[in-house]
Design a protein around this ligand. Structure first.
Ligand SMILES: NC(=O)C1=CN([C@@H]2O[C@H](COP(=O)(O)OP(=O)(O)OC[C@H]3O[C@@H](n4cnc5c(N)ncnc54)[C@H](OP(=O)(O)O)[C@@H]3O)[C@@H](O)[C@H]2O)C=CC1
Ligand SMILES: O=C1O[C@H](COP(=O)(O)O)[C@@H](O)[C@H](O)[C@H]1O
Length: 493
């Protein structure tokens, strides 16, 4: 008898919210890349579902410019779109989902057939959609998995309500909560760096590390999309999820095995050691226009017509978290994120303590291990060395692993590509479990409430700057030393 694997059975990928921005710009292109690279089960069909009446050709046309089609791929692209279907239906009408179910069933020949539902829909229809998937579209002869995107609520209460709702419909193994930062190369590398290198592990603690700075910077503002953002703000948009996920990977203990639940158990454990953030440990900012800037840079957050003129929503935040365990007690973990800043950057900066027993008259600067998530994946360790030649002076230098130089042939997949493929293969290592989410909201809900209830005014900062000046003073107060003396020379390869 022929030996079939999971990948030989029919799979259906249903994209709910197929007419929207996320679907067009991110999800259709992602499933195309996976299909193009033959990474998906060969018998996979794709169905778009949304209220808008449209044909597959219209979906295709709208996605075209985001698909990055290379010469020679035209034929494959045709077969991709031939494997697509589109169903127009409501989000709350069971009858529409029964119709969707019939369409899915049409190609499910054989004893096993698996289904994946991607919810690229606004949170307002989340409950209706999931109830209808459960009642009308669950696979009767294979797995049913649902992928959901943030926001997973806006505080502890609403998040718990959503978790309870989902738990009433699906088991945790069916729920894939996306935090796309968990799909990024260097975020995935954190565990390897820490646990596959004896040089880092013994010094990864409060005896050696002064502070940890985790940053996210974006060089553009809300650009007319402030309506959505204003309801959430940068803390909910980036800090409570992406930056906290990175923190948990930097700070957690070594998991028992690489099993996804062992890893997530450790992430939950370290989060449980974190106290809710206090007002004294946070600084919030909001960008104002730069009169000398160009185009959008001239406009402040409040100039966005979709934002209320008196909005106090932060577009920048710096918060310090304290982990009260034996490894980290007293070490500030500083999370910093903002929009309309001077550059695009996401990085982890582990700053080591000053060398005790100084014999270099105060010239030795602190070591820093920098893990740059983007742009341009890199890991570099800033260190002191003797200046080359006759002199005995110190120089600041680095051990540098820049991916573009070291791995010239490697192509780093996009975060969504990895994560969607993980859903097909059933690996939940890079997805957020409900108890992780609960801990994240426990840490952030009180401070969000404090900021909102007390109408705390964000500090203004200029579009295109490094953020509020006060943020650097705050950093210095948390034992993060910046000397400004490090000079990097890009190597010539
Ligand atoms: N492999 C590679 O590609 C490597 C690249 N480099 C590059 O060299 C450059 C310098 O390296 P880097 O590690 O950033 O070293 P630096 O110590 O020079 O840090 C520079 C960063 O410090 C921050 N900063 C500036 N002023 C202050 C202040 N008053 N207080 C606190 N922080 C401040 C700024 O970032 P922010 O605005 O975020 O606060 C700035 O980008 C970077 O562009 C880096 O990417 C270096 C080594 C290897
Ligand atoms: O989740 C979000 O992330 C993006 C930034 O993602 P990146 O992969 O481009 O770094 C951010 O722009 C958006 O506001 C936020 O919701």
């Amino acid at each position: 008898m022929e030996n079939k694997t999971e990948f030989d059975y029919p799979h259906t990928f249903v994209l709910l919210g197929a007419s929207g921005d996320l679907a067009r710009k991110k999800i259709y292109p992602t499933i195309w890349y996976l299909y193009r690279d033959n990474l998906l089960p060969h018998n996979t069909k794709f169905i778009g579902y949304a209220r808008t009446k449209q044909s597959v050709s219209e979906v295709r046309e709208r996605c075209q410019k985001y698909m990055k089609i290379r010469p020679g791929e035209e034929e494959k692209l045709e077969t991709f779109w031939n494997a697509n279907n589109y169903v127009a239906g409501s989000y709350d009408g069971r009858i529409d989902y029964e119709f969707l179910n019939r369409i899915i069933s049409n190609h499910e020949k054989g004893p096993i057939a698996n289904r994946i539902f991607y919810l690229a829909v606004p949170p307002t229809v989340f409950e209706d959609v999931t109830v209808n998937i459960k009642n009308a579209c669950t696979s009767s002869k294979g797995f049913t998995r649902v992928i959901i995107e943030k926001p997973f609520g806006r505080d502890d209460v609403s998040s718990e309500k959503l978790s309870n709702h989902l738990a009433g419909l699906f088991i945790e193994e069916q729920i894939y909560r996306i935090d796309h930062y968990l799909g990024k190369e260097m975020v995935q590398n954190l565990m390897t760096i820490r646990f596959a290198n004896q040089i880092f592990n013994p010094a990864w603690n409060r005896e050696n590390i002064a502070s940890v700075l985790i940053s996210f910077k974006e060089p553009f503002g809300t650009e007319g999309r402030g309506g959505y953002f204003d309801d959430f703000g940068i803390i909910r948009d980036v800090m409570q999820n992406h930056l906290l996920q990175i923190l948990s990977l930097v700070a957690m203990e070594k998991p028992v095995t690489l099993n996804p639940n062992d890893i997530r158990d450790e992430k939950v454990k370290v989060l449980r050691h974190i106290q809710p953030i206090e007002l004294k440990d946070i600084l919030i900012g909001q960008y104002v226009g730069n009169p000398e800037g160009q185009g959008e840079e001239k406009l402040g957050y409040l100039d966005d017509p979709t934002v209320p003129g008196d909005s106090l929503t932060p577009t920048y935040a710096l918060a310090t978290l304290w982990i009260n365990n034996a490894r980290w007690q007293g070490v500030p973990f500083i999370l910093r994120c903002g929009k309309a800043l001077n550059e695009r950057k996401a990085e982890v900066r582990v700053q080591y303590k000053d060398v005790p027993g100084d014999i270099f008259s105060g010239h030795a600067k602190r070591n820093e291990l920098v893990i740059r998530v983007q742009p341009g994946e890199a890991l570099y360790l800033k260190m002191m060395s003797k200046s080359p030649g006759m002199k005995f002076d110190l120089v600041e230098t680095e051990l540098d692993l820049t991916y573009s130089a070291r791995y010239k042939e490697a192509s780093v997949p996009d975060a969504y590509e990895r994560l969607i493929l993980d859903v097909f293969t059933g690996t939940q290592m890079h997805f957020v479990r409900s108890d992780e989410l609960k801990e994240a909201w426990r840490v952030f809900t009180p401070i969000l409430k404090d900021l909102e209830d007390n109408h705390i005014k964000p500090v203004p900062y200029v579009y295109g700057s490094r953020g509020p000046k006060e943020a650097d003073d705050k950093l210095a107060g948390y034992d993060f030393k910046y000397s400004g003396s490090y000079k990097w020379k890009k190597p010539i390869h």
